[in-house]
Design a protein around this ligand. Structure first.
Ligand code: NAI
Length: 509
Protein backbone atom coordinates (compact mmCIF):
# COMPACT_ATOMS: atom_id res chain seq x y z
CA UNK A 1 0.00 0.00 0.00
CA UNK A 2 1.28 3.47 -0.85
CA UNK A 3 1.92 6.23 1.62
CA UNK A 4 -0.17 9.37 1.35
CA UNK A 5 1.46 11.65 -1.22
CA UNK A 6 3.30 14.64 0.19
CA UNK A 7 0.59 16.87 -1.30
CA UNK A 8 -1.93 15.24 1.07
CA UNK A 9 -3.17 17.63 3.76
CA UNK A 10 -2.77 16.56 7.37
CA UNK A 11 -4.78 18.00 10.26
CA UNK A 12 -3.56 17.78 13.84
CA UNK A 13 -6.13 18.40 16.57
CA UNK A 14 -4.79 19.35 19.98
CA UNK A 15 -1.60 21.41 20.07
CA UNK A 16 -0.14 20.21 23.37
CA UNK A 17 3.13 18.35 23.81
CA UNK A 18 2.16 15.56 21.43
CA UNK A 19 0.11 17.48 18.87
CA UNK A 20 2.89 20.02 18.34
CA UNK A 21 5.47 17.26 17.87
CA UNK A 22 3.24 15.36 15.46
CA UNK A 23 2.53 18.50 13.44
CA UNK A 24 6.29 19.01 13.12
CA UNK A 25 6.77 15.39 11.99
CA UNK A 26 4.04 15.65 9.33
CA UNK A 27 5.39 18.99 8.08
CA UNK A 28 8.90 17.54 7.93
CA UNK A 29 7.34 14.75 5.88
CA UNK A 30 6.48 17.43 3.32
CA UNK A 31 2.74 17.78 4.02
CA UNK A 32 0.73 20.94 4.46
CA UNK A 33 -0.49 20.75 8.08
CA UNK A 34 -3.49 22.37 9.76
CA UNK A 35 -3.17 22.72 13.52
CA UNK A 36 -6.14 23.28 15.83
CA UNK A 37 -6.62 23.60 19.58
CA UNK A 38 -9.71 24.66 21.56
CA UNK A 39 -7.58 26.72 23.90
CA UNK A 40 -7.30 30.25 22.59
CA UNK A 41 -3.79 30.92 21.27
CA UNK A 42 -2.51 27.40 22.05
CA UNK A 43 -2.06 26.35 18.42
CA UNK A 44 -0.24 29.59 17.53
CA UNK A 45 2.07 29.20 20.50
CA UNK A 46 2.72 25.59 19.52
CA UNK A 47 3.58 26.73 16.00
CA UNK A 48 5.98 29.35 17.37
CA UNK A 49 7.63 26.68 19.51
CA UNK A 50 8.03 24.41 16.49
CA UNK A 51 9.64 27.26 14.53
CA UNK A 52 11.94 27.88 17.51
CA UNK A 53 12.88 24.18 17.66
CA UNK A 54 13.60 24.17 13.93
CA UNK A 55 15.83 27.22 14.17
CA UNK A 56 17.83 25.50 16.91
CA UNK A 57 18.32 22.60 14.50
CA UNK A 58 19.58 25.11 11.92
CA UNK A 59 22.04 26.53 14.48
CA UNK A 60 23.32 23.01 15.17
CA UNK A 61 23.78 22.47 11.44
CA UNK A 62 21.20 19.66 11.30
CA UNK A 63 18.82 21.51 8.99
CA UNK A 64 19.27 24.21 6.35
CA UNK A 65 17.59 27.54 7.00
CA UNK A 66 15.61 27.07 3.81
CA UNK A 67 14.20 23.68 4.87
CA UNK A 68 13.37 25.01 8.34
CA UNK A 69 11.45 27.86 6.77
CA UNK A 70 9.57 25.49 4.46
CA UNK A 71 8.59 23.26 7.36
CA UNK A 72 7.46 26.21 9.47
CA UNK A 73 5.46 27.64 6.58
CA UNK A 74 3.77 24.28 5.98
CA UNK A 75 2.02 24.53 9.35
CA UNK A 76 -1.10 26.71 9.42
CA UNK A 77 -3.12 27.42 12.52
CA UNK A 78 -6.89 27.12 12.09
CA UNK A 79 -9.61 28.15 14.51
CA UNK A 80 -12.22 25.47 13.97
CA UNK A 81 -12.73 21.93 12.75
CA UNK A 82 -14.74 23.34 9.84
CA UNK A 83 -11.46 24.36 8.21
CA UNK A 84 -10.55 20.69 7.85
CA UNK A 85 -13.11 19.66 5.22
CA UNK A 86 -10.45 18.90 2.60
CA UNK A 87 -7.83 17.11 4.65
CA UNK A 88 -6.68 13.57 3.83
CA UNK A 89 -5.52 12.55 7.29
CA UNK A 90 -6.51 13.70 10.77
CA UNK A 91 -4.37 12.97 13.83
CA UNK A 92 -6.09 13.79 17.11
CA UNK A 93 -3.99 14.52 20.21
CA UNK A 94 -6.46 16.14 22.61
CA UNK A 95 -7.15 15.23 26.25
CA UNK A 96 -7.16 11.53 27.14
CA UNK A 97 -10.93 11.29 27.45
CA UNK A 98 -13.20 8.93 25.53
CA UNK A 99 -16.21 11.28 25.31
CA UNK A 100 -14.11 14.26 24.21
CA UNK A 101 -12.44 12.17 21.52
CA UNK A 102 -15.71 10.69 20.29
CA UNK A 103 -17.23 14.18 20.07
CA UNK A 104 -14.38 15.40 17.88
CA UNK A 105 -14.60 12.45 15.47
CA UNK A 106 -18.41 12.47 15.24
CA UNK A 107 -18.21 16.12 14.22
CA UNK A 108 -15.31 15.51 11.83
CA UNK A 109 -17.09 12.64 10.12
CA UNK A 110 -19.79 14.99 8.91
CA UNK A 111 -17.18 17.35 7.44
CA UNK A 112 -14.49 15.17 5.90
CA UNK A 113 -14.35 13.58 2.47
CA UNK A 114 -15.34 9.89 2.59
CA UNK A 115 -11.79 8.77 1.76
CA UNK A 116 -10.10 10.78 4.52
CA UNK A 117 -8.47 8.76 7.30
CA UNK A 118 -9.03 9.61 10.97
CA UNK A 119 -6.57 8.64 13.70
CA UNK A 120 -6.06 9.17 17.40
CA UNK A 121 -2.79 9.40 19.32
CA UNK A 122 -4.39 7.96 22.45
CA UNK A 123 -2.16 5.91 24.77
CA UNK A 124 -4.87 4.17 26.71
CA UNK A 125 -8.36 4.60 25.26
CA UNK A 126 -9.68 1.71 23.17
CA UNK A 127 -9.57 2.43 19.44
CA UNK A 128 -12.67 0.27 19.02
CA UNK A 129 -14.62 2.38 21.56
CA UNK A 130 -13.65 5.71 20.04
CA UNK A 131 -14.77 4.41 16.63
CA UNK A 132 -18.02 2.82 17.89
CA UNK A 133 -20.36 5.78 17.19
CA UNK A 134 -18.84 6.50 13.76
CA UNK A 135 -20.70 5.68 10.58
CA UNK A 136 -17.47 4.58 8.92
CA UNK A 137 -15.23 3.13 11.63
CA UNK A 138 -13.22 1.27 8.99
CA UNK A 139 -11.33 4.47 8.21
CA UNK A 140 -10.39 5.04 11.83
CA UNK A 141 -7.24 3.79 13.61
CA UNK A 142 -4.74 4.62 16.32
CA UNK A 143 -1.52 6.34 15.38
CA UNK A 144 0.40 6.25 18.64
CA UNK A 145 3.51 8.43 18.64
CA UNK A 146 5.99 8.58 21.50
CA UNK A 147 7.19 11.64 23.33
CA UNK A 148 8.97 13.67 21.93
CA UNK A 149 7.37 12.77 18.59
CA UNK A 150 10.06 14.38 16.36
CA UNK A 151 12.78 12.32 18.07
CA UNK A 152 11.15 9.00 18.92
CA UNK A 153 11.06 6.66 15.93
CA UNK A 154 8.25 4.36 16.98
CA UNK A 155 4.65 4.72 15.83
CA UNK A 156 2.17 2.05 16.88
CA UNK A 157 -0.48 1.82 14.17
CA UNK A 158 -3.40 0.40 16.11
CA UNK A 159 -6.38 -1.30 14.53
CA UNK A 160 -9.76 -1.37 16.24
CA UNK A 161 -12.26 -4.12 15.50
CA UNK A 162 -13.59 -2.24 12.46
CA UNK A 163 -10.37 -0.71 11.08
CA UNK A 164 -9.86 -1.75 7.46
CA UNK A 165 -6.61 -3.28 6.24
CA UNK A 166 -6.34 -0.47 3.71
CA UNK A 167 -6.52 2.21 6.42
CA UNK A 168 -3.87 0.41 8.47
CA UNK A 169 -1.53 -0.14 5.56
CA UNK A 170 -1.74 3.48 4.33
CA UNK A 171 -0.87 4.65 7.85
CA UNK A 172 2.07 2.25 8.10
CA UNK A 173 3.44 3.37 4.74
CA UNK A 174 2.90 7.03 5.62
CA UNK A 175 4.64 6.75 8.99
CA UNK A 176 7.52 5.02 7.26
CA UNK A 177 7.71 7.79 4.66
CA UNK A 178 8.04 10.19 7.60
CA UNK A 179 11.17 8.33 8.69
CA UNK A 180 9.44 6.49 11.52
CA UNK A 181 9.55 2.82 12.52
CA UNK A 182 5.88 1.86 12.50
CA UNK A 183 4.51 -1.39 13.92
CA UNK A 184 1.07 -3.01 13.66
CA UNK A 185 -0.88 -3.52 16.87
CA UNK A 186 -4.38 -4.60 17.75
CA UNK A 187 -6.42 -2.38 20.06
CA UNK A 188 -5.82 -3.88 23.50
CA UNK A 189 -4.92 -2.13 26.76
CA UNK A 190 -1.47 -0.55 26.57
CA UNK A 191 -1.09 -1.68 22.93
CA UNK A 192 2.50 -3.02 22.79
CA UNK A 193 4.89 -0.68 24.57
CA UNK A 194 2.80 0.47 27.50
CA UNK A 195 1.89 -3.13 28.21
CA UNK A 196 5.24 -4.91 27.82
CA UNK A 197 7.20 -2.12 29.53
CA UNK A 198 5.18 -2.52 32.75
CA UNK A 199 7.49 -5.39 33.78
CA UNK A 200 10.52 -3.10 33.55
CA UNK A 201 9.12 -0.92 36.35
CA UNK A 202 7.27 -3.68 38.20
CA UNK A 203 10.28 -5.95 38.71
CA UNK A 204 12.52 -3.07 39.81
CA UNK A 205 9.89 -2.02 42.32
CA UNK A 206 9.42 -5.59 43.46
CA UNK A 207 13.10 -6.18 44.27
CA UNK A 208 13.20 -2.82 46.02
CA UNK A 209 10.13 -3.72 48.08
CA UNK A 210 11.85 -6.94 49.13
CA UNK A 211 14.95 -5.05 50.23
CA UNK A 212 17.14 -6.97 47.77
CA UNK A 213 19.17 -3.88 46.89
CA UNK A 214 18.84 -0.12 47.13
CA UNK A 215 17.64 2.24 44.39
CA UNK A 216 21.04 3.27 42.94
CA UNK A 217 22.27 -0.34 42.91
CA UNK A 218 19.22 -1.66 41.06
CA UNK A 219 19.43 1.25 38.59
CA UNK A 220 23.16 0.64 38.04
CA UNK A 221 22.68 -3.09 37.44
CA UNK A 222 19.94 -2.47 34.89
CA UNK A 223 21.77 0.42 33.19
CA UNK A 224 25.36 -0.76 33.21
CA UNK A 225 24.86 -4.53 33.27
CA UNK A 226 21.57 -4.75 31.39
CA UNK A 227 22.60 -2.06 28.91
CA UNK A 228 19.32 -0.14 29.29
CA UNK A 229 19.62 3.59 28.83
CA UNK A 230 18.22 4.23 32.30
CA UNK A 231 17.41 2.18 35.37
CA UNK A 232 13.75 1.77 36.33
CA UNK A 233 13.83 4.34 39.14
CA UNK A 234 15.66 7.01 37.12
CA UNK A 235 13.17 6.45 34.33
CA UNK A 236 10.09 6.59 36.59
CA UNK A 237 11.47 9.81 38.11
CA UNK A 238 11.78 11.22 34.58
CA UNK A 239 8.31 10.13 33.44
CA UNK A 240 6.70 11.29 36.69
CA UNK A 241 5.25 8.88 39.24
CA UNK A 242 1.73 10.25 38.81
CA UNK A 243 1.84 9.50 35.07
CA UNK A 244 3.67 6.18 35.39
CA UNK A 245 1.44 4.85 38.16
CA UNK A 246 -1.71 5.97 36.32
CA UNK A 247 -0.64 3.96 33.25
CA UNK A 248 0.11 0.94 35.45
CA UNK A 249 -3.25 1.21 37.17
CA UNK A 250 -5.13 1.59 33.90
CA UNK A 251 -3.41 -1.48 32.38
CA UNK A 252 -3.93 -3.43 35.66
CA UNK A 253 -7.65 -2.63 35.68
CA UNK A 254 -8.06 -3.19 31.95
CA UNK A 255 -6.58 -6.69 32.30
CA UNK A 256 -8.99 -7.52 35.15
CA UNK A 257 -6.34 -6.90 37.80
CA UNK A 258 -3.86 -9.40 36.46
CA UNK A 259 -1.14 -9.58 39.17
CA UNK A 260 1.56 -9.13 36.51
CA UNK A 261 0.56 -5.47 36.37
CA UNK A 262 -0.05 -4.99 40.09
CA UNK A 263 0.68 -1.39 41.12
CA UNK A 264 3.45 -0.92 43.68
CA UNK A 265 2.80 0.41 47.17
CA UNK A 266 6.16 2.18 47.12
CA UNK A 267 5.15 4.15 44.05
CA UNK A 268 1.72 4.93 45.50
CA UNK A 269 3.45 6.37 48.57
CA UNK A 270 5.62 8.61 46.39
CA UNK A 271 2.54 9.91 44.59
CA UNK A 272 0.75 10.47 47.90
CA UNK A 273 3.75 12.45 49.18
CA UNK A 274 3.92 14.58 46.03
CA UNK A 275 7.36 13.15 45.23
CA UNK A 276 6.56 12.88 41.55
CA UNK A 277 10.14 12.73 40.31
CA UNK A 278 12.23 15.30 38.47
CA UNK A 279 9.30 17.63 37.87
CA UNK A 280 8.61 18.03 41.60
CA UNK A 281 12.30 18.05 42.57
CA UNK A 282 12.15 14.71 44.31
CA UNK A 283 11.18 11.13 43.57
CA UNK A 284 13.42 8.16 44.21
CA UNK A 285 16.27 10.63 43.88
CA UNK A 286 16.66 14.17 45.14
CA UNK A 287 16.92 16.74 42.32
CA UNK A 288 17.60 19.75 44.54
CA UNK A 289 20.58 21.80 43.51
CA UNK A 290 23.71 20.35 45.02
CA UNK A 291 22.06 17.05 45.95
CA UNK A 292 24.53 14.19 45.69
CA UNK A 293 23.53 11.07 43.77
CA UNK A 294 24.07 8.02 45.99
CA UNK A 295 26.53 5.46 44.64
CA UNK A 296 25.58 1.87 43.83
CA UNK A 297 26.83 -0.80 46.21
CA UNK A 298 30.23 -2.26 45.39
CA UNK A 299 31.25 -5.71 46.60
CA UNK A 300 34.17 -6.18 48.97
CA UNK A 301 36.96 -8.22 47.41
CA UNK A 302 38.77 -11.18 48.95
CA UNK A 303 41.40 -13.25 47.16
CA UNK A 304 41.07 -13.76 43.44
CA UNK A 305 41.80 -17.31 42.31
CA UNK A 306 44.60 -17.91 39.82
CA UNK A 307 42.79 -20.85 38.34
CA UNK A 308 39.17 -21.88 37.87
CA UNK A 309 37.50 -25.09 36.77
CA UNK A 310 34.64 -24.78 34.34
CA UNK A 311 32.30 -27.75 34.35
CA UNK A 312 30.25 -27.88 31.14
CA UNK A 313 28.93 -25.08 29.00
CA UNK A 314 27.82 -21.74 30.44
CA UNK A 315 25.43 -21.03 27.55
CA UNK A 316 24.87 -17.32 26.94
CA UNK A 317 27.33 -16.55 29.77
CA UNK A 318 30.19 -18.41 28.05
CA UNK A 319 32.03 -15.18 26.92
CA UNK A 320 32.47 -14.35 30.61
CA UNK A 321 35.37 -16.80 30.54
CA UNK A 322 37.17 -14.67 27.95
CA UNK A 323 37.18 -11.77 30.40
CA UNK A 324 38.75 -14.05 33.03
CA UNK A 325 41.27 -15.47 30.56
CA UNK A 326 42.18 -11.95 29.42
CA UNK A 327 43.62 -11.16 32.86
CA UNK A 328 45.61 -14.39 33.03
CA UNK A 329 43.26 -16.57 35.06
CA UNK A 330 43.89 -20.16 34.12
CA UNK A 331 40.78 -22.02 32.98
CA UNK A 332 40.47 -25.77 33.06
CA UNK A 333 37.44 -27.33 31.39
CA UNK A 334 35.70 -30.54 32.33
CA UNK A 335 32.28 -31.93 31.44
CA UNK A 336 29.47 -30.91 33.76
CA UNK A 337 26.30 -28.99 34.41
CA UNK A 338 27.49 -25.52 33.42
CA UNK A 339 29.05 -24.11 36.61
CA UNK A 340 32.39 -22.62 37.63
CA UNK A 341 34.42 -23.94 40.56
CA UNK A 342 36.87 -21.81 42.50
CA UNK A 343 38.35 -24.48 44.69
CA UNK A 344 35.40 -25.41 46.97
CA UNK A 345 33.23 -22.50 45.86
CA UNK A 346 30.58 -22.98 43.16
CA UNK A 347 29.76 -20.01 40.93
CA UNK A 348 26.67 -20.38 38.74
CA UNK A 349 24.45 -18.39 36.39
CA UNK A 350 21.01 -17.82 37.85
CA UNK A 351 18.30 -20.30 36.88
CA UNK A 352 15.61 -18.49 38.84
CA UNK A 353 16.08 -20.41 42.08
CA UNK A 354 17.40 -18.50 45.04
CA UNK A 355 21.00 -19.34 45.89
CA UNK A 356 19.85 -20.63 49.27
CA UNK A 357 17.37 -23.08 47.74
CA UNK A 358 19.81 -24.20 45.06
CA UNK A 359 22.60 -24.74 47.59
CA UNK A 360 20.26 -26.81 49.74
CA UNK A 361 18.96 -28.85 46.79
CA UNK A 362 22.44 -29.51 45.41
CA UNK A 363 24.11 -29.99 48.80
CA UNK A 364 26.52 -27.11 48.25
CA UNK A 365 27.85 -24.92 51.03
CA UNK A 366 29.59 -22.16 49.13
CA UNK A 367 27.36 -21.15 46.23
CA UNK A 368 27.36 -17.72 44.59
CA UNK A 369 25.04 -16.83 41.69
CA UNK A 370 25.59 -14.22 39.00
CA UNK A 371 23.01 -12.18 37.13
CA UNK A 372 22.37 -11.74 33.42
CA UNK A 373 24.17 -8.92 31.59
CA UNK A 374 23.62 -7.62 28.07
CA UNK A 375 27.05 -8.70 26.84
CA UNK A 376 29.10 -11.18 28.84
CA UNK A 377 32.05 -10.48 26.57
CA UNK A 378 32.30 -6.85 27.69
CA UNK A 379 32.96 -6.34 31.40
CA UNK A 380 30.35 -3.96 32.81
CA UNK A 381 28.51 -4.26 36.13
CA UNK A 382 27.28 -7.60 37.38
CA UNK A 383 25.10 -8.60 40.31
CA UNK A 384 26.12 -11.43 42.65
CA UNK A 385 24.08 -13.13 45.36
CA UNK A 386 25.21 -15.73 47.84
CA UNK A 387 23.29 -18.48 49.56
CA UNK A 388 22.57 -18.05 53.25
CA UNK A 389 24.78 -21.11 53.86
CA UNK A 390 27.72 -19.48 52.01
CA UNK A 391 30.54 -17.78 53.90
CA UNK A 392 31.37 -14.11 53.42
CA UNK A 393 34.90 -15.15 52.48
CA UNK A 394 33.61 -17.29 49.60
CA UNK A 395 31.54 -14.38 48.32
CA UNK A 396 34.50 -12.02 48.59
CA UNK A 397 36.70 -14.39 46.61
CA UNK A 398 34.12 -14.44 43.80
CA UNK A 399 33.92 -10.64 43.94
CA UNK A 400 37.71 -10.53 43.57
CA UNK A 401 37.56 -12.84 40.54
CA UNK A 402 35.14 -10.53 38.73
CA UNK A 403 36.89 -7.35 39.80
CA UNK A 404 40.22 -8.66 38.61
CA UNK A 405 38.59 -9.23 35.22
CA UNK A 406 37.47 -5.55 35.20
CA UNK A 407 33.84 -6.13 36.18
CA UNK A 408 32.12 -3.78 38.60
CA UNK A 409 30.37 -5.93 41.15
CA UNK A 410 27.25 -5.23 43.18
CA UNK A 411 26.35 -7.79 45.81
CA UNK A 412 22.63 -8.05 46.37
CA UNK A 413 20.47 -10.12 48.69
CA UNK A 414 19.52 -13.62 47.63
CA UNK A 415 16.55 -12.88 45.35
CA UNK A 416 15.46 -15.44 42.75
CA UNK A 417 16.63 -14.42 39.25
CA UNK A 418 18.50 -11.43 40.77
CA UNK A 419 17.70 -8.14 38.99
CA UNK A 420 18.52 -8.09 35.26
CA UNK A 421 17.51 -11.70 34.55
CA UNK A 422 14.20 -11.26 36.35
CA UNK A 423 13.44 -8.08 34.45
CA UNK A 424 14.38 -9.48 31.04
CA UNK A 425 12.46 -12.76 31.41
CA UNK A 426 9.37 -10.89 32.59
CA UNK A 427 9.61 -8.50 29.61
CA UNK A 428 9.95 -11.51 27.29
CA UNK A 429 7.08 -13.31 29.01
CA UNK A 430 4.80 -10.33 28.51
CA UNK A 431 6.01 -10.04 24.92
CA UNK A 432 5.21 -13.73 24.39
CA UNK A 433 1.66 -13.28 25.72
CA UNK A 434 1.27 -10.22 23.51
CA UNK A 435 2.11 -12.43 20.51
CA UNK A 436 -0.11 -15.23 21.78
CA UNK A 437 -3.09 -12.90 22.03
CA UNK A 438 -2.58 -11.74 18.47
CA UNK A 439 -1.82 -8.14 19.45
CA UNK A 440 1.33 -7.93 17.35
CA UNK A 441 3.97 -10.03 15.63
CA UNK A 442 7.16 -11.01 17.50
CA UNK A 443 9.27 -8.81 15.22
CA UNK A 444 6.97 -5.82 15.77
CA UNK A 445 7.05 -6.30 19.54
CA UNK A 446 10.83 -6.25 19.57
CA UNK A 447 10.91 -3.27 17.23
CA UNK A 448 8.38 -1.44 19.42
CA UNK A 449 10.44 -1.97 22.55
CA UNK A 450 13.67 -0.93 20.87
CA UNK A 451 12.31 2.23 19.27
CA UNK A 452 9.54 3.19 21.73
CA UNK A 453 11.58 2.72 24.90
CA UNK A 454 15.15 2.47 23.59
CA UNK A 455 15.71 -1.01 25.03
CA UNK A 456 19.16 -2.29 24.05
CA UNK A 457 17.65 -5.45 22.60
CA UNK A 458 14.16 -6.66 21.80
CA UNK A 459 12.97 -8.80 24.74
CA UNK A 460 12.02 -11.74 22.49
CA UNK A 461 15.38 -11.76 20.68
CA UNK A 462 17.06 -11.49 24.07
CA UNK A 463 15.10 -14.45 25.43
CA UNK A 464 16.05 -16.40 22.30
CA UNK A 465 19.72 -15.61 22.97
CA UNK A 466 19.43 -16.80 26.58
CA UNK A 467 17.61 -19.90 25.33
CA UNK A 468 13.91 -20.74 25.60
CA UNK A 469 14.50 -23.63 27.98
CA UNK A 470 16.46 -21.48 30.41
CA UNK A 471 13.96 -18.59 30.24
CA UNK A 472 11.13 -21.01 30.97
CA UNK A 473 13.11 -22.52 33.83
CA UNK A 474 13.77 -19.09 35.36
CA UNK A 475 10.09 -18.13 35.14
CA UNK A 476 8.90 -21.47 36.53
CA UNK A 477 11.33 -21.15 39.42
CA UNK A 478 10.16 -17.58 40.10
CA UNK A 479 6.56 -18.77 40.07
CA UNK A 480 7.43 -21.62 42.41
CA UNK A 481 9.41 -19.36 44.74
CA UNK A 482 6.65 -16.80 45.15
CA UNK A 483 3.64 -19.03 44.54
CA UNK A 484 2.20 -16.17 42.52
CA UNK A 485 0.34 -16.14 39.25
CA UNK A 486 2.32 -13.01 38.36
CA UNK A 487 5.27 -15.17 37.30
CA UNK A 488 3.29 -17.76 35.30
CA UNK A 489 5.12 -18.54 32.07
CA UNK A 490 3.29 -17.70 28.86
CA UNK A 491 2.00 -20.82 27.13
CA UNK A 492 3.69 -19.60 23.95
CA UNK A 493 6.99 -19.60 25.76
CA UNK A 494 6.35 -23.16 26.96
CA UNK A 495 5.58 -24.30 23.42
CA UNK A 496 8.67 -22.64 22.00
CA UNK A 497 10.88 -24.11 24.72
CA UNK A 498 9.50 -27.61 24.11
CA UNK A 499 10.20 -27.47 20.39
CA UNK A 500 13.40 -25.36 20.60
CA UNK A 501 11.68 -22.82 18.39
CA UNK A 502 12.77 -19.19 18.61
CA UNK A 503 10.20 -16.78 20.03
CA UNK A 504 10.99 -14.43 17.17
CA UNK A 505 9.76 -17.15 14.82
CA UNK A 506 6.67 -17.92 16.86
CA UNK A 507 3.29 -17.85 15.27
CA UNK A 508 1.55 -14.50 15.05
CA UNK A 509 -1.93 -13.71 13.87
P1 NAI B 1 -1.55 18.06 26.44
O1 NAI B 1 -2.40 18.29 27.64
O2 NAI B 1 -0.16 18.57 26.40
O3 NAI B 1 -2.31 18.66 25.15
C1 NAI B 1 -3.66 18.43 24.86
C2 NAI B 1 -4.15 19.63 24.07
O4 NAI B 1 -5.44 19.33 23.54
C3 NAI B 1 -4.29 20.88 24.91
O5 NAI B 1 -3.60 21.93 24.29
C4 NAI B 1 -5.80 21.14 24.93
O6 NAI B 1 -6.13 22.51 24.94
C5 NAI B 1 -6.24 20.50 23.64
N1 NAI B 1 -7.64 20.09 23.60
C6 NAI B 1 -8.37 19.53 24.59
N2 NAI B 1 -9.62 19.24 24.14
C7 NAI B 1 -9.64 19.61 22.84
C8 NAI B 1 -10.64 19.56 21.82
N3 NAI B 1 -11.84 19.06 22.05
N4 NAI B 1 -10.34 20.02 20.58
C9 NAI B 1 -9.09 20.53 20.33
N5 NAI B 1 -8.12 20.64 21.26
C10 NAI B 1 -8.39 20.16 22.49
O7 NAI B 1 -1.59 16.49 26.19
P2 NAI B 1 -0.52 15.58 25.43
O8 NAI B 1 0.47 15.09 26.39
O9 NAI B 1 -0.08 16.27 24.20
O10 NAI B 1 -1.43 14.32 25.04
C11 NAI B 1 -2.37 14.37 24.00
C12 NAI B 1 -2.82 12.96 23.66
O11 NAI B 1 -1.67 12.18 23.30
C13 NAI B 1 -3.51 12.22 24.77
O12 NAI B 1 -4.48 11.37 24.22
C14 NAI B 1 -2.38 11.40 25.38
O13 NAI B 1 -2.82 10.25 26.04
C15 NAI B 1 -1.60 11.03 24.14
N6 NAI B 1 -0.19 10.71 24.33
C16 NAI B 1 0.58 11.42 25.22
C17 NAI B 1 1.93 11.11 25.36
C18 NAI B 1 2.79 11.89 26.30
O14 NAI B 1 3.88 11.41 26.63
N7 NAI B 1 2.39 13.07 26.74
C19 NAI B 1 2.55 10.04 24.59
C20 NAI B 1 1.68 9.42 23.63
C21 NAI B 1 0.35 9.74 23.55
Amino acid sequence: MNALPSTAQVAVIGAGAMGAGIAQVAAQGGHPVLLFDVREGAASRARENIVGALSRLVEKGRLTAETAEQIGNAISVVDSLDAMADVDLVIEAIVEDLDAKRAVFCQLETLLRPDAIMTTNTSSVSITSIAAPLRHPERFAGMHFFNPAPLMALVEVVSGLATSTQTREVLLATAEAWGKKPVRAKSTPGFIVNRVARSFYAEGLRVLEEGVADVPTIDALIREGGGFRMGPFELMDLIGHDVNSAVTRSVFDAYSQDPRFKPSLIQQELVAAGRLGRKSGRGFYDYAQGAVRPEPATGVAGNAPKRILVAGDLGVAEPLLDSFAAVGIEIERVPGEGVIHLDTITLAFTDGRSATLRAAQESLIDLVLFDLVLDFGQPSRIGLAKADQTSDQALQDVVALFQQACWKVSVIDDAPALVVMRTVVMLANEGADTVLQGVASPADIDQAMRYGTNYPRGPLAWADAIGGTQVLQVLSNLQHHYGEDRYRPSSLLRRCALTQRKLLQARSH
